[in-house]
Design a protein around this ligand. Structure first.
Ligand code: C5P
Length: 403
């Protein structure tokens, strides 16, 4: 989560179409308000069949607007102009087939569509509809056409059990995922500086198994890699995320490849290396593995007193040796104490373009935390200190640093 300092002065219009997913948008509005964002809500006529303006007014601490307000001559300036100029970002969730069609053709027959036309800020779209509706040729054509306009940012739909009892595509992105996208767009102001780029990211802690149950591992949760994948995706990149076992869901639109051991991670990373423009090795790779692997669980009495170990491959060093001049390689150095000296040494030795020196002995930073702090260093000698912030924010600062 971005710290509330960065969200505090931001202004977001949340516009709801008529769909059952509207109930989830209540949670999104509440989260935005609690993060310090100023929120204004618009409900279409059909959105009000699902939830009331009162619910959203209560959660946003401000009147929620409907078409009744649009047609009232009580404002100094037309409401859609006020809202359109006020917004840093408009989020349309759930986006229905009807509103999608209107936006595609520039129609303006209600407060929502008029506000979009009276604004120039980025517009984030989270569609939600029945699978057959979503897959209609006309709907898909409108969707693709609307997204050719660079001010619109489309979130994919998830597959799952829909309210119509179908299992299929068309489910709205989860509020938490929409919230992350909002934070990204507020940070970048909609700039897609990674468009056309492929970003290959490793995340999490590798596991080196002794038998089917026991392994050598570390406390990495992969949250930093997840945040890097989200930030890269929201800046327009194609993202491949090679990740160790994790408790989070893969973001819609990210190609995720699960792996377990360092050997597996190396194989997958090298398979995808050729097409990558930026490679980020944020994974915490176990440095050693048990020399032998038993396919059967070892009885306690047969566990060796001293476990013979073997080294695992240094993946980032191997990539450093193989990378082409146009490819940009970033490593992480999780350290205690002096974080700069070992990071500088790794930057050179592993032939990296940049490194993130990451203290893991600070409160609320490093492994498992939602927050992080770091110093970015690169081969040209640049050194930028990033004070404690969310991992998503850190990911954006890193792309600001390298792009
Ligand atoms: O473990 P170390 O501090 O050397 O890690 C620095 C960088 O090297 C990190 O980016 C990490 O992902 C990478 N690494 C690797 N393969 C290893 C060990 C570390 O790619 N076996």
């Amino acid at each position: 989560m971005l710290s509330s300092k960065n969200l505090k002065s931001k202004r977001v219009v949340v516009a709801l179409g008529g769909g059952i997913a509207a109930y989830k948008v209540c949670e999104l509005v509440s989260t935005l308000f609690k993060s310090g964002v100023e929120v204004r809500v618009i409900l279409t006529k059909s959105a009000q069949e699902f939830i009331t303006p009162l619910t959203l007014a209560t959660l946003s601490r401000h009147q929620a607007y409907t078409d009744d307000d649009f047609w009232q001559p009580i404002y100094s300036r037309p409401l859609h102009i006020e809202l359109g100029e006020w917004a840093d970002l408009i989020v349309i969730a759930p986006l229905t087939a009807n509103t999608l069609a209107k936006l595609t053709y520039g129609m303006a027959d209600n407060l929502l569509t008029n506000t979009v036309l009276a604004s120039t800020c980025p517009v984030l779209l989270a569609p939600a509809m029945n699978t057959d509706m979503w897959e209609q040729v006309a709907v898909q054509r409108n969707w693709l056409q609307l997204l050719t306009n660079s001010r619109f940012y489309g979130m994919g739909t998830a597959s799952g059990l829909l309210a119509c009892d179908r299992i299929g595509a068309g489910r709205m992105a989860e509020p938490a995922e929409i919230f992350v996208y909002i934070q990204s767009l507020l940070h970048t102001q909609g700039i897609r500086d990674l468009a056309g780029k492929q970003v290959l990211i490793s995340a999490g802690g590798t596991r080196e198994y002794l038998d089917p149950v026991r392994f050598i591992g570390n406390p990495s949760t992969g949250k930093m890699g997840l945040a890097l994948a989200q930030a890269a995706l929201h800046r327009g990149a194609k993202v491949i995320l090679v990740h160790c076992p994790a408790s989070w869901d893969v973001p819609l639109g990210v190609e995720a490849i699960p792996v377990i051991s360092a050997d597996e991670m190396q194989q997958v990373m090298l398979e995808h290396l050729a097409n990558a423009d930026i490679i980020i090795m944020s994974a915490a790779v176990a440095d050693v593995k048990p020399k032998e692997y038993s396919t059967e669980k070892l009885p306690k009495r047969s566990l060796p007193e001293n476990l013979p170990l073997a080294a695992v491959p240094d993946i980032v060093a191997e990539i450093g040796n193989r990378k082409q001049p146009h490819q940009y390689l970033i490593g992480f150095a999780a350290q205690t104490g002096d974080i700069i000296t070992p990071a500088k040494e790794k930057l050179q030795r592993k032939k990296l373009n940049a490194i993130v020196a990451n203290p893991i002995d600070k409160v609320d930073s490093g492994f498992g935390s939602d927050n992080n702090q770091a110093v970015f260093l690169d081969m040209s000698g640049r050194e930028v200190e990033i004070p404690a912030c969310s991992k998503l924010e850190m990911a954006h600062y890193l792309f600001d640093f390298v792009v």
